[in-house]
Design a protein around this ligand. Sequence first.
Ligand code: AMP
Ligand code: GLY
Length: 425
Amino acid sequence: MKVLIVGSGGREHAIAASVAKSGRVDHIYCAPGNAGIAQIAECVPIGAMEFDRITAFAKEAGVDLVIVGMDDPLVGGLVDALEAAGIRAFGPRKNAAVLEGSKVFSKNLMKKYHIPTAAYEVFSQADEALEYLHSGVKFPVVLKADGLALGKGVLICNTLEEAEEGVCTIMTERKFGSAGNQMVIEEFMTGREVSVLSFVDGKTIRIMSSAQDHKRAQDGDKGLNTGGMGTFSPSPFYTKEVDEYCRKYIYQATVDAMAAEGRPFKGVIFFGLMLTPEGPRVLEYNARFGDPEAQVVLPRMKNDIVDVCEACIDGTLDALDLQFEDNAAVCVVLASEGYPLKYEKGLPITGLERFAGKEDYYCFHAGTKAAADGTIVTNGGRVLGITAKGETLQEARKKAYGAAEWVSFANKYMRHDIGKAIDEA
Ligand code: AMP
Ligand code: GLY
């Protein structure tokens, strides 16, 4: 088979590494990819939003399966475009990717189908949102721009003043563009966060091993929100009781709700959960693998990823037994100092060769590229994701931090407390 992966981050490198293990695949393409993906796939210089070019390329190259890693092309309808051209594609169609693409849609869906989530109100006018904030709501409140905003469209506001400012940022200044045409104001919840990824074929859902992300830039969950500074899997806080509750009230209920709405979901549903004192609640849905959750979950998956993707497309997931290794993985993101704001790019990276042939270690590239002379240089805020597997989370963490020292670049920055919560479990 020939497989094309769409995207260019650490998640897509992890997907490519999984596809490379499949005995059924003899050629992998990635559009546009990065310097690490280029070591196992043929990268083609086509952007993830260039639907016509992706479709034309897939047809011309005789691609048998396209795996779309990123949210933007999914929400924009890349899977629909590929299907219309007769190309098999893994990921939700546009009418189902709205589960991630619109917070208003997902909140209304959860309300209609009684899926546990924070109480909320929807607004399409700034003055109405402000009026609501003055009506005696409890602080903190959480403001969410409706659409995709690179993970930045969520504001936690501790006071009325902060919330007023937030409404202005989202709806008046339109800092997140059209994502702020509508907004959600919701109740603030407390608890531990867990990411649960799943494969879905429209009817059946298979849950992957749990994970936890670290979104803030600095140790101790301080600093700005980022795309994710590190992950571990499984989460020791995702207990059997939590799993049972989510299976009963959240997972299948979401899949059934989407089908009932005439939007059958095929692909990956990422459940962002908060384990509140009242039980698990859905914080958000994503319509794709998490980044950097994929970098700890996929290396532990025993199944051939191509089999699983095909089962989702064909609606035969009920016949598939999804299995994970009985171990743990930790991913430490090596970022550029200054991320997520301002940082330097183009700095040479050394030590990458130390990962060659090392079992249980992975160096997933995120923001890298090959310079004209072939040197691999930094090319983004998140540069690499260093993953290690171990028998326990503690062992995996020790190995991942050890391997994080194998690699050097001038403005290398990482958090030193990825997986620290494990010790409290
Ligand atoms: P989201 O993109 O909706 O997952 O929001 C990003 C982050 O904001 C989440 O990972 C949480 O840390 C936080 N968050 C979102 N909604 C709430 C809420 N209702 N209560 C507390 N924190 C929240
Ligand atoms: N790691 C969170 C996300 O992929 O959205």
